[in-house]
Design a protein. Structure first.
Length: 205
């Protein structure tokens, strides 16, 4: 037998799913895509294996989780999955949290998200690239670093502002030194690809 098939979702597939949810909803919800989901919707990645959203408003989060439960989504692998599509797990965070990271600001504030699409009930956006890099590097796996390098390579992230915001966010973490080591890990990859200057790398190190 060969290796297990890794199912992945394209941006169009995800938009089709949200279109279906919207047609069945009777309430409004703001969904802020994060992680690989955001990168896929922004066309930085071709597809994503996990579907991750932050729902900044607590009441909207509660209604969404109840709504998905009524549709038949059940808990699986730390998220929600449906029997009709069991290979994909949808994960939702509430408020300013993304994965294990508390954002400094609400992702609904101007400049903190990138609008993607608005339906009659769903407002979809992606987390801004600076905060996306921060939340991914706080986990700091090799896959996270590769994704962050791809996000930085778009040319839409200012290195100095990223370092400043990353450092500020790290101060609120239980292990700020580890988080800053993760940033050095990212900077090493950026330096290898000449995406940052040697002077900036020395400042980080």
């Amino acid at each position: 037998m060969g290796p297990p098939i890794k199912y992945r979702l394209s941006a169009n597939d995800l938009l089709d799913t949200l279109d279906n949810w919207n047609s069945l909803m009777n309430f409004r919800v703001h969904l802020i895509a994060c992680g690989g989901t955001a990168l896929t919707l922004l066309k930085i990645k071709d597809s994503t294996r996990d579907i991750d959203f932050t729902v900044p408003m607590h009441k909207e989060y509660d209604r969404l989780i109840k709504f998905l439960g009524d549709l038949g989504y059940e808990e699986k692998g730390g998220g929600l999955a449906h029997d009709d599509d069991p290979n994909f797990i949808y994960q939702f965070w509430c408020g300013n949290k993304v994965f294990t990271t508390d954002l400094l600001d609400s992702p609904l504030e101007p400049g903190k998200h990138i609008p993607i699409k608005r339906w009659s009930h769903i407002y979809l956006a992606a987390l801004n690239l600076t905060d996306l890099i921060i939340t991914k590097m706080f986990r700091g796996t090799s896959v996270d670093r590769d994704d962050c390098i791809a996000a930085f390579a778009t040319g839409k992230v200012n290195a100095e502002k990223l370092l400043e915001r990353y450092s500020k966010t790290a101060r609120y973490d239980l292990n700020p030194e580890k988080m800053m080591k993760n940033f050095v890990y990212l900077a090493e990859g950026l330096r290898e690809l000449k995406l940052i200057s040697d002077e900036f790398f020395e400042k980080v190190r």
